[in-house]
Design a protein around this ligand. Structure first.
Ligand SMILES: Cc1ncc(COP(=O)(O)O)c(C=O)c1O
Length: 464
């Protein structure tokens, strides 16, 4: 009772003193958590919430991962603070480790440049591309998300994020993403012959399509920002040859490919980088989030040598007080070491398969589950009307809210469920569980989702 009173007081103060400008008030009732461990968050009463989103895929190695937490504690006693102007061992080793990984993944040499948050790293990549090309125009995808700073908002598709803030002179040209479940062009994968690619190519046919000076062959666009698997857009996996076909066009017109791996990097998709699934090489790659397993934030970009060599991107090109912060670099270095574990890739892919199979079983039971796909442990479930295609945002929200209200039973104990909602119509559950999720926890997820779907969908249930 005293605890509940304390929480009510805190929520009262939150309502009075905290800005509502972040996303805490996306929830009907903001929620306070007090503890976390492995795949679970705990509220003030000690009720565990099974987390299937892990801080938007920032805590891939589980909450309070022992190895990462230990090095951070050690760093605290050793060199917790140092201005980015001076070097420390972990920064250098982490740059080397990521650069070597890039050589392994894409056989390309380059360098790494750090910042703090994801949007900031996106800003740095925009500066780098602008500096090297002298151009300011970018292609990006409809449904794409690259952050909410001013520059990142210019290449993020949602107008809602820009509308209150005046004119965005360098707003990207947004190209339809290959979202085959809801094809922009009304085609079907298998018979479409990559119609979407031919539509992109058409832009270059004549100068009157606005992107190319056909007399000089000069394109107005410097780079194409992509997410290999769209994250906030709803964990959408493009068809296998899509990026190969797009890259061919980009190479022809000397347009750089910037690969935003903020959510899909560091094995989320079962390979180190999401783009590795598609047989193309990035010119610039941007990362953040789970690099530190959600501890001291650290983000960054890798660029191929010709773009980032010291003469191209000289000292002071970008700077932030906390970039290369040693608490972040030490966590990042340990995460890179944990990711060398040879069994991890197989574990992610096997758990991902089990999870998707379990959701497909649920799909057979509920007509409202329109689409289930997954790659590694990046999994999507699209919630629809009974026709299996019309987006059902109301049902998605009800399930999401009910999960957070808790009271779901498992083996005689009460639990909550943490989901995340994404997608063009805010009707997709985008699931990014811990890499160490157990079979029992996958079973628990099935039980909770089954209970929630059955609670809010009454008629026309299919047989399992
Ligand atoms: C693909 C992608 N890019 C960029 C960002 C922005 O990162 P941050 O929220 O750390 O600024 C995000 C965040 O969700 C993201 O998913």
């Amino acid at each position: 009772m005293a605890k509940t009173k304390g929480i009510e007081k805190l929520l009262g103060e939150e309502a009075r003193y905290c800005s509502y400008g972040d996303t805490a008030h996306y929830l009907e009732k903001p929620i306070i958590f007090s503890e976390c461990d492995g795949s679970f968050l705990y509220d003030h009463d000690g009720m565990p919430y099974l987390d299937l989103q892990m801080w938007y895929s920032a805590v891939n190695l589980g909450y309070k991962n022992k190895r990462v937490n230990k090095v951070v504690r050690d760093q605290l006693d050793h060199l917790p603070q140092i201005a980015s102007q001076y070097l420390h061992r972990e920064k250098i080793e982490l740059c080397a480790s990521i650069s070597k990984q890039m050589q392994k993944s894409f056989q390309t040499k380059g360098r790494v440049h750090f910042n703090v948050g994801g949007s900031q790293a996106i800003e740095d990549s925009i500066k780098l591309i602008r500096k090297v090309t002298g151009k300011t125009q970018f292609f990006a995808f409809q449904g794409g998300y690259h952050g909410r700073t001013i520059g990142a908002s210019e290449i993020t598709s949602s107008y809602r994020y820009r509308r209150p803030y005046g004119h965005f002179s360098n707003r990207a040209q947004f190209i339809p993403y290959p979202y085959c479940f809801r094809c922009h062009y009304g085609k079907r994968f298998g018979s479409c012959k990559y119609y979407c690619v031919s539509q992109f190519e058409k832009l270059f046919e004549t100068e009157y399509n606005s992107v190319l000076d056909t007399k000089t062959g000069e394109c107005e666009f410097a780079a194409f920002y992509i997410e290999p698997i769209q994250g906030t857009g709803g964990y959408i996996i493009p068809p296998p040859d899509y990026f190969k076909k797009i890259k061919k066009i980009l190479d022809h017109y000397k347009i750089y490919l910037v690969d935003d791996e903020m959510q899909m990097g560091f094995y989320r998709t079962g390979k180190f980088w999401g783009l590795e699934h598609f047989g193309v090489k990035p010119d610039v790659l941007v990362f953040g989030k789970s690099l530190t397993n959600g501890l001291n934030p650290l983000s960054g970009l890798w660029a191929k040598e010709e773009l980032i060599r010291p003469s191209a991107f000289p000292p002071g090109s970008t700077h932030s007080t906390f970039s290369s912060n040693p608490m972040g670099t030490t966590a990042g270095l340990e995460v890179m070491k944990v990711l060398q574990d040879k069994t991890l890739e197989a574990r992610i892919n096997s758990s991902g398969k089990k999870f998707v199979n379990m959701l497909k079983k649920l799909q057979r039971k509920y007509k409202e589950i329109g689409d289930v796909t997954g790659i590694g442990l990046a999994i999507r479930l699209e919630v629809c009307e009974k026709d299996g295609i019309t987006p059902n945002r109301r049902l998605t929200d009800r399930i999401f809210q009910a999960g957070l209200e808790g009271g779901l039973e498992y083996k005689g104990k009460k639990y909550g469920l943490v989901l995340d909602v994404g997608g063009y119509f805010k009707n997709a559950f985008t699931l990014a569980p811990s890499f160490y999720i157990t079979d029992e926890e996958i079973g628990m997820a099935y039980k909770f989702l089954d209970e929630l779907f059955s609670r809010f969908t009454t008629s026309n249930r299919r047989q399992p």
